[in-house]
Ligand binder design. Structure first.
Ligand code: PMP
Length: 407
């Protein structure tokens, strides 16, 4: 394979030429949202400049072109996740909506009082709160898979939690707060053995490693475009075909029906049954372009590069007096959460921005996890394909300066 050419790759991202407060931008908030390469940006000009039209309904040329590009993206996502059939890909507004779809369609139809759903301590709020809302209505029980001191899931405890009442396990593939990579294929096998389904939140996995939903044997798999070099407002849900076919629609409207009368309506086949209303057409097409871009660089190669960045940053942080890294599980992804004695995370974030470095501070939508580790907020640096070793050094030097100012 050719060596990883980060310099050339960066040239595809116009935003990386930006200055912030007179300093070259060092963008290390990729777990929140990744930057966008020119071919993905170009999709918007091309779509609105040449073939903007509503899909599926038209019989004219522009509608045909838009429909072909939109449905072509379904095939792109299918290939990217190695799903068996493009009809198993449902476009959503993102991971959050994908999870809400499963909760409100599958959950409402299948959960009853006495049933149990397992979520993990590592979950993003979007994989906790929708389940809580439905549990409050229906009365099933939500149980939590604990973590060890490294921020790895306690798999022995997981196996003990699984029982004949467990209906579904909802777990992320990679933790956005700590970077922990969960053994989701093993977890799926254990869930299935107990007669339960597994929903995998892949928001932080898709941009950083190859994903094969069939190898994982995931029943549902969710991700967002904007963390994978694509636009905001779009994502996808993969589901096993027999599950999706049996599930009721969760939003009603145009596109999702077969027939409508005032005596009742019948519904379209999958995937359209779950895609009520006009979707984010340009965003879907652009997400497809982003996945093609990711595939052309190689999720494996990107993951390997990010490991080098992670290693260097971990070393650099290790030399900072009074700094504690949260989440040190072996094999973790390129996410570094840390707190510093005598310096508030928010102050660090604000001051380091003055030096051109973008990191995230706060609870990262994982309040239960941070609470478990006894903190309210952390600083988080997270890496992407275009980050360089020099940027890591700039970040560490800037952090040291900022801490010096705060202490
Ligand atoms: N799950 C994880 C693990 C995430 O990192 C995020 C985004 N931070 C989400 C879910 C929610 O994704 P979105 O906001 O794109 O719906």
């Amino acid at each position: 394979a050719a060596p990883y050419d980060v310099v050339r790759l960066r040239q595809e991202f116009p935003v990386l030429e930006r200055q912030v407060h007179g300093k070259a931008l060092v963008y290390l908030d990729n777990a929140a949202t990744s930057q966008t390469p020119q071919p993905v940006i170009d999709v918007f000009n091309d779509y609105y400049g040449r073939y903007n039209a509503n899909i599926h309904r038209g019989l004219h040329t522009l509608a045909d072109e838009a429909t072909a590009a939109f449905e072509g993206t379904r095939e792109t996502v299918r290939g990217f996740l190695n799903a068996a059939d493009a009809r198993q890909i449902i476009f959503t507004r993102g991971t959050t909506e994908a999870i809400n779809l499963v909760v409100n369609s599958w959950g409402r139809a299948n959960l009853a009082p006495g049933d149990e759903v397992l979520v993990s301590m590592l979950e993003h709020h979007s994989n906790i709160v929708p389940w809580q809302l439905l549990a409050r209505e229906i009365g099933f029980t939500l149980k939590v898979i604990p973590v060890d001191d490294d921020g790895a899931l306690d798999l022995a405890a997981y196996r003990e939690l699984l029982n004949e009442r467990t209906r579904l396990v909802a777990v992320n593939h990679v933790s956005n707060a700590f970077g922990t990579v969960n053994p989701v294929a093993d977890m799926a096998a254990a869930a299935h053995q107990a007669g339960a389904l597994i929903l995998v939140d892949g928001a932080q996995a898709v941009p950083h490693q190859p994903v094969d939903v069939q190898a994982i044997d995931a029943d549902f798999y969710a991700f967002s475009g904007h963390k994978a070099y694509g636009p905001t407002g779009v994502g996808a849900l993969y589901g096993k075909r027999e599950l999706l076919e049996a599930m009721p629609p969760w939003q009603g409207g145009g596109e999702m029906i077969a027939t409508v009368s005032f005596d009742g309506s019948t519904f379209a086949e999958i995937p359209h049954k779950f895609e009520a209303g006009t979707p984010a057409i340009a965003e879907v097409i652009a997400m497809g372009r982003a996945l093609e871009w990711l595939q052309s660089v190689g999720p494996g190669a990107i993951g390997d590069w990010e490991q080098r960045l992670l290693e260097r940053a971990t070393q650099g942080l290790g030399n900072v007096d009074g700094l504690r890294i949260l989440g040190t599980a072996p094999g973790k992804a390129g996410v570094l959460s840390f707190v510093v004695e005598g310096a508030h995370s928010q102050d660090i974030g604000l001051l380091i921005d003055q030096l051109g470095v973008a990191i995230r501070t706060g609870h990262h939508c994982a309040q239960p996890l941070l609470h478990h580790f006894g903190v309210e907020a952390t600083c988080r640096a997270s890496f992407a394909a275009y980050n360089t070793l020099e940027e890591v050094d700039t970040f560490i030097a800037a952090l040291n300066r900022v801490i010096g100012m705060l202490r």
